[in-house]
Design a protein around this ligand. Structure first.
Ligand code: GLN
Length: 270
């Protein structure tokens, strides 16, 4: 007969087994090259849709774009398939989604900032961006000052929102800044005159204008000197290395330029 301590020890051992048993099923695995993944056979990407040309659904409902294509290169390198999870930007930029194991990598046209660096590990920069002010075609607006007394739309949680709020405070502008939950809502608000103008990253306006010719124009640019980075959970050095290697290989073998031409268009002169 086992004593009380013996029984407790057996029970504890059984529980450990049960827990590791469960954990094994849930924690995905590690690729041959030592990269941990939350799901076996997949590189799970968190993004916030829509954000064309970086990520958006095509007519068949498949998520495509520049970021998607670059992360596909990482997935191929790891011998797995990319799976995309659409989730609010707040959880992406705060690190919450990566920390909770919702995804392995974040790819969301996301600007590298010092604040975000505290909670995420960023890849090498893969894209340069600026902010831009868009208006419905025909509106005579070229400066923020001209928006006095008007509503200006931004996308919540983004660097564009931060930039505009800082400008409004610094220049004491009488502008009502209205935040929308995603790019689609912001573009809709602009198109339907709920706001006088809207601010977001320049490439998304260029893409919108391509898709809806003649409706909207870029009225002004703000050279914020932003750079996009992919992000992994803090400390996930193995995955970060794979991401950086995929970016640098794509840059050196011409794949990056090809994808840039496909998704973004002509490259600005260096
Ligand atoms: N580049 C902007 C940022 O990082 C917008 C990103 C996005 O909306 N997906 O805040």
């Amino acid at each position: 007969m086992l004593g009380r301590t013996g029984k407790a020890a057996l029970l504890a051992a059984a529980m450990t087994l049960a827990i590791t048993g469960c954990a094994k099923e849930d924690t995905g695995g590690t690729t041959a090259s030592g990269v941990p993944l939350i799901k076996t056979g997949a590189l799970t990407t968190c993004t916030h849709l829509p954000y064309a040309p970086f990520q958006s659904k095509d007519t068949a409902g498949k998520v495509v774009g520049f970021d998607v294509a670059l992360i596909d290169l990482v997935a191929t390198k790891l011998g797995v398939t990319q799976e995309i999870v659409d989730t609010p930007f707040e959880g992406i930029k705060s690190g919450a989604d990566l920390n909770s194991g919702k995804c392995d990598v974040a790819a969301a046209g996301m600007t590298i900032t010092d604040e975000r660096k505290k909670v995420l590990d960023f890849s090498d920069p893969y894209f340069d961006a600026t902010q831009a002010l868009a208006v419905v075609t025909g509106k005579e607006v070229t400066t923020l000052e001209q928006l006095a007394g008007k509503r200006l739309g931004v996308q919540g949680g983004t660097t564009g929102e931060d930039y505009i709020k800082a400008q409004v405070a610094e220049k004491k502008l009488d502008i009502e800044v209205v935040s929308f939950k995603d790019l689609a809502a912001l573009q809709q608000a602009l198109a339907t005159n709920q706001v006088e103008a809207a601010v977001n990253d320049l490439p998304v306006w260029n893409e919108y204008i391509k898709a809806n010719p003649g409706k909207v124009a870029v009225a002004a640019g703000f050279d914020t000197g932003e750079q996009y980075g992919f992000a992994v959970k803090k400390g996930n050095a193995a995955l970060l290395k794979a991401v950086n290697e995929a970016i640098s290989k794509a840059k050196s073998d011409g794949t990056y330029d090809k994808l840039y031409a496909t998704w973004i268009g002509a490259k600005p002169a260096a």
